[in-house]
Every structure is written in C-alpha cells, then in structure tokens.
Ligand binder design. Structure first.
Ligand code: GLU
Length: 469
C-alpha cells in the first residue's frame, strides 16, 4: 500500500497571512489535493511573546477566504509542549542532547572571537560533555554530528549538500522551558505523519539540522520542497513598500479569491502558457516539478488583469453578495433587481469590486453630482430644447430595452438631422454626471424610465438656473 500523502501549513501567528505565506499554503494544499492526500493546519505559537489570538484568527480567515480548506487542525503547537519536552528528555537520556548554561555574554564573546579569526561563528561546545543537570535558565542543546555530510533532497531545488561540522549544536529547549522552532517542527511533523514538508526557502538552512534531529529521534525523514521567495518589481524581497502584502488587504481592495489564488499559483508554477486556471484544474494539474527554482516577481498589473477576468465571468448573484460590504454607505441597494442590473452593466468594465462600488455611485444617487468640466461643456442652453423633447416623448417609448432605446435615439437624431454626438454627451452627463460611463442605452435601461425622466428634468433645471444666475 502506498502511504497517504500528508502536507501541512505551519504559520507562526505573529501577524496577518502574507502573500508569500499564502502561496506556500496554496502549494502545500494543491499537492495534497492533487494526490488525494490530507492537508493539516498547525499554528506554531510557541513564541509566547509574539504570538497573538488575533493573528491566528486573521490567518484562519484568510485561508478560509482563499478556499484552502484543511482536513485536520488547527493544531496549536503551544498545547503540545509537554510532548516536545518528553522528546527533549529522551534525547538527553540517550546522550543526544545536553543542558547548557553558557551566558549570553560568553556566547557573544565566542562569536566575536570566531569572526575576528575569520571563522564561521558556531557554539564552541563548552557544555557538551559536562553532564549538567537542569538549572534555572539552562537551555538544552542538540548534540550535533561532527563529521560527514547531510544532503537535503529538495523536490524543487534538487540536492543540497551540507557539511555536518558547520551545523551548530542548536538550542532545542529554551531557558523558559519552551521548545525552539527547529525542534518543535520536527516532533510535530513526525508525529502528525507529514510526508511532504513544503515551505518557504528561507528555511532551507534549517533543513539539514532538522534531518539530523529526525534521525536522532528515530523518525522517518519526510520529503522536502522549498518554494522560492517572492520579490517586488525592484527585485528586493516583497514588502509593504511594494504595496499590500496581506492577503485580506486584497479582499478589502475588491479582489476575488479565485483571482488571488490563480495569481499566486502562477507566481512560481506554470503549465505551458496557460494563464487562467480554475481551482479544480489546478488540483488536476499541479506538480512540484513544475515549480520554478528562481524567485518570482510580484506583478500587481497581472493580478488586476486576472481579477477583471474573474469579475467579468462571475454570476451577478455572486457579485451581489460580494458587493454587500463594499457599497458606499448611502447607496440604496434594497431594490435587488436594480442592483443586479447595475452589476451586470459594470462587471465587464472594472478591475476590482471597489472600483465597481465607486463607478456605481451615479446609479444610486437621488441627485446626480455633475463633474464640473462635464457640466460646463455639455449642460448648456443649446441642448435644452433636445432634452425637453426627450423628456416629453420618453414616457411613450414602449420598448425600453437596449434595442428599443437604440432605435429611439436613432430616430430622434434622424428626425432632427443631428449627429448622435450632439445629444450623446449631454444625455450622458445628465444621467451619470460624467463623460465616461457604460453605454448610454445600457445606463438608460438600468435606470428605468422614471429615473431617466427625473434626471433629464434635473439637468434642464440646472441649465436654466445657470442662465438666470
Ligand atoms: N512557523 C514556521 C514559519 O512560519 C514554519 C516553517 C515551516 O513550515 O517549517 O516560518
């Protein structure tokens, strides 16, 4: 029987879910789903000072929003500390770990000396063979291996060889009795039967140390895959300088989760030159050997392009839900049919849902706010007569659909022997306040006869008031 593939995502709850973390989680999740395996979520909260419940919640919310469902967990590492301590004791008993009482000053002095003599700083092994017992503030160190090499057989990067002698005697239990990351991660991944550790490549140098600990504890070493990092356009590591790095900031900016997922996966993974992938397609196609080795560059334009695509393809019903928290506070969205029509008009035209909310303002307005230049140029006495006639005849237009309105406008201009543009912009400004909007016919259908008539009347009143003042 082949073993069941199990992957995990193991964030430290010390902040929001970062774009880079989300991509790591996504790869881990896709690998599990592709292989019919299981995906485990473990919150690594043993850093008592920096871990917060708000961060845990923020991470879970972001995972849920992206659709990265977990089969097990969330486990909380801090609740497993007894288990970690038990394993530490086992190593001490077997002579594979030892208590160390070196002070911070001593360690610093050692480090300085090593640097001064051109050596790599490394713990000097002072307490290695002292057989110390636990004392206040003492730490536990893992007894490293002095000879030989450790090879990390990375599924993305290939084999990476480390000299054991360069690996420090790592602290595995701190003075406060809490395990360090490198130890807890090994114990938990082993006991949770994780078969594939997929994580950011900032952990590559930890991996040989972890492999030695797996071996010391008698655990099977899992397979490793280190995902390359994400850079900003200036090739520096992606940070706030490059724009939002929190996944949920993208939700707030009006991105759809499938656009973010599609974007993140394409950052380091390719399948021919295909750009658009549904989640089920990704599950079907995802493979670690198609993940690139070199860092990926974050490109906000491409994310916007994908978002525009997914907004266009979404059902209006879905977008109605998504838009609920985004409409301006004063938008009257209780008329569902009207709101839906607005969405249908706008969804092919916007890149984000926030843009949709802004663009939709004029539909909901009781009184259209005219852009100053637009009004100055187009709401002028010359057009009053046309607008007046239009108001008079529109109530009688029977077919108030896109086609019907197109026909009506055509007849209107032909009868008066004027070009369409003579009335197009004044009408647009009267209805929307702007010179750029969805097609006039679409806007008229969506607004409906009553609003159209009211708005044209308001524009006439505006022109007349300007003349008299
Ligand atoms: N808690 C670690 C981190 O957030 C996990 C690293 C790992 O996946 O092993 O960086």
């Amino acid at each position: 029987m082949t073993e069941k593939i199990r992957t995990r995502f193991a964030p430290s709850p010390t902040g929001f879910l970062h774009i880079g973390g989300a991509r790591t989680a996504l790869f881990s999740w896709l690998f599990a789903r592709h292989n019919g395996g299981e995906f485990v979520l473990r919150i690594e909260d043993t850093d008592q000072v920096r871990s917060t419940d708000e961060s845990t919640k923020a991470i879970l919310d972001a995972m849920t929003w992206l659709g990265l469902t977990w089969d097990e967990g969330p486990y909380f590492q801090a609740q497993r500390v007894d288990l970690h301590r038990e394993m530490v004791q086992k190593l001490i008993t077997e002579g594979k770990a030892y208590y160390c009482t070196c002070t911070a000053e001593e360690l610093e002095a050692n480090r300085k000396q090593a640097l001064a003599t051109g050596k790599k700083p490394k713990y000097d092994g002072k307490c290695r063979n002292k057989n110390l017992t636990k004392s206040a503030g003492s730490v536990v160190r893992f007894r490293g291996v002095d000879t030989g090499i450790t090879i990390v057989e990375d599924l993305i990067k290939g084999n990476i060889t480390f000299n054991n002698e360069e690996l420090d005697d790592l602290i595995i239990e701190r003075g406060d009795g809490y395990p360090t990351y490198n130890f807890a991660v090994v114990v938990d991944d082993a006991l949770m039967n994780i078969t594939h550790v997929i994580r950011g490549d900032d952990h590559v140098n930890n991996t040989p140390r972890q492999i030695l600990m797996y071996q010391a504890l008698g655990f099977t070493v899992p397979k490793f895959a280190h995902v390359p990092m994400i850079l900003g356009s200036d090739k520096a590591r992606l940070s706030k300088r490059h724009g939002a790095t929190s996944v949920m900031a993208y939700k707030e900016m009006g991105f759809l989760p499938e656009a973010v997922v599609n974007y993140l996966v394409r950052l380091s993974w390719a399948h021919g030159d295909q750009e658009i992938f549904s989640l089920s397609e990704l599950i079907e196609l995802f493979a670690l050997d198609a993940v690139g080795k070199s860092p990926a560059v974050f490109n906000p334009e491409k994310l916007l392009w994908l978002n525009a695509h997914y907004i266009k393809e979404s059902s209006p019903e879905r977008l109605m839900e998504e838009m609920k928290p985004l409409w301006p506070a004063d938008a009257k969205t209780d008329d569902a049919a009207f709101t839906k029509k607005i969405i249908v008009d706008l969804q092919p035209r916007v890149k984000t849902l926030v843009e949709m909310a802004t663009m939709a303002n004029f539909y909901f307005a009781d009184q259209v706010q005219y852009e100053e230049q637009a009004a100055q140029k187009f709401l002028v006495p010359d057009v009053t007569a046309y607008l007046q006639t239009m108001v008079a005849v529109i109530p009688a237009v029977e077919n108030f659909s896109k086609d019907g309105i197109e026909e009506f406008l055509k007849a209107f201009t032909q009868e008066r022997d004027i070009k369409f543009k003579v009335i197009a912009q004044p009408l647009r400004v009267a209805l929307t306040g702007k010179t750029v909007s969805p097609g006039i016919d679409e806007v008229m259908v969506t607004l409906g006869k009553d609003r159209v008539v009211r708005r044209i009347n308001a524009a006439i009143a505006y022109i007349e008031k300007n003349i008299s003042s």
